[in-house]
Write a protein that binds this ligand. Structure first.
Ligand code: NAP
Length: 311
């Protein structure tokens, strides 16, 4: 049987439970691509799954390969996997309910893959799908952000936040972003009109009557965010699910959601990247075998942009 290297867990725990080991190479089915993975994106959900923090809502069997963002080269194309040929360079978010991709090869549904942006190397391309799709779906599919509106984006320097700032700016919205002081230059350079140094300044003192809030933090940050929205405004959250009752009590609308794979939106993101509207920040890259170091860095909660794993 053909084998490959992958990073798996056999039990939940700290970064030490990650095992770089030999596993069977996946076989592609009809409608699937076999991709030679060149790089994986690291997202907070990777270490939350590893630590067992997602077990209440995500049933996954052990042993388990982590990671759901990849960029790589198509090695084999199943029948019905239309639109792709051997040698194509692709990127994808594969969905947390599907097998992980911290591995040398991955079999994935051709319907969720898109051609990699031509201006990006694999490390930068692998950093896009989950975080980029989350930002797109939050601002456009859920909050319906429009040109001329004002949006408050929490954690504007983070993986999701740095895409959200640039997408909102591209749409023609006014952007207020929060972050620590050392990230102010970065957040303004990618398009924020105003910056809130959240450890030292209350965002409520800067953001008032905004059309939308993108909550990427949850907890107290979300609680305090209701009051900065204008009547009828929209709070979209990726950290828990605000209820309709809470939203109604504040005279606004709200939605919490889980990002979905979407090839059409990936093609739109790729076009914006290749046209220079969206830049991808990768602050560090590690070899796949050192996924534990990448997780430890992500768990600090203070990564600028993204972390990549090189396969
Ligand atoms: N529901 C979904 O579908 C979905 C999808 C993607 C992500 N998520 C979740 O959304 C969260 C953000 O994801 P991510 O990938 O963007 O994470 P990330 O890249 O790890 O976020 C890091 C950033 O968060 C900032 N930050 C930390 N605490 C903050 C606070 N109190 N206020 C403002 N900024 C703060 C840091 O800024 P400074 O260093 O400047 O302080 C840092 O730049 C995670 O909990 C993740 O699991 C959910």
């Amino acid at each position: 049987m053909a084998t490959m290297r992958a990073v798996r867990i056999h039990e939940y725990g700290g970064p030490e439970v990650l095992r770089y080991e030999k596993v069977p190479r996946p076989r592609r089915n009809r409608g699937e691509l076999l991709v030679r993975v060149r790089a994986c994106g690291v997202n907070p959900v990777d270490w939350k799954v590893r630590a067992g923090m997602t077990r209440s809502w995500l049933a996954l069997e052990l042993p388990l390969t982590l990671g759901w963002d990849l960029a790589g080269t198509v090695e084999d194309v199943g029948c019905d996997a239309n639109g792709f040929a051997e040698g194509d360079e692709v990127f994808a978010y594969t969905g947390v309910r599907n097998p992980g991709v911290y591995s040398e090869y991955a079999a994935l549904d051709a319907d969720i893959a898109a051609r990699k942006p031509t201006s990006l190397d694999h490390a930068h391309a692998a950093a896009v799908p989950l975080a980029g799709l989350t930002a797109w779906q939050a601002l456009f599919d859920h909050a319906g952000l429009q040109e001329g509106q004002t949006v408050l984006i929490h954690a504007a320097a983070g993986g999701v936040g740095h895409f959200a700032v640039q997408l909102a700016r591209w749409k023609g919205a006014r952007v207020i972003g929060t972050g620590s002081a050392h990230n102010e230059g970065f957040v303004r350079a990618i398009g924020a009109d105003q910056f809130v140094d959240y450890p030292n300044q209350r965002f409520e003192d800067v953001a008032r009557d905004v059309d939308a809030v993108f909550d990427t933090v949850g907890g107290e940050t979300r609680e305090r965010s209701w009051g900065v929205l204008k009547r009828g405004g929209f709070l979209v959250s990726i950290c828990g699910r605000p209820t309709d009752e809470e939203a109604a009590a504040h005279g606004v609308r709200a939605k919490g959601f889980l990002v979905k794979p979407d090839a059409r939106e990936l093609y739109d993101l790729a076009a914006l990247i290749d046209d220079g509207y969206v830049r991808v920040e990768v602050s560090s890259a590690y070899p796949l075998a050192e996924a534990g170091r990448a997780h430890a860095e992500s768990e600090t909660g203070h990564v600028r942009g993204k972390i990549a794993l090189m396969v």
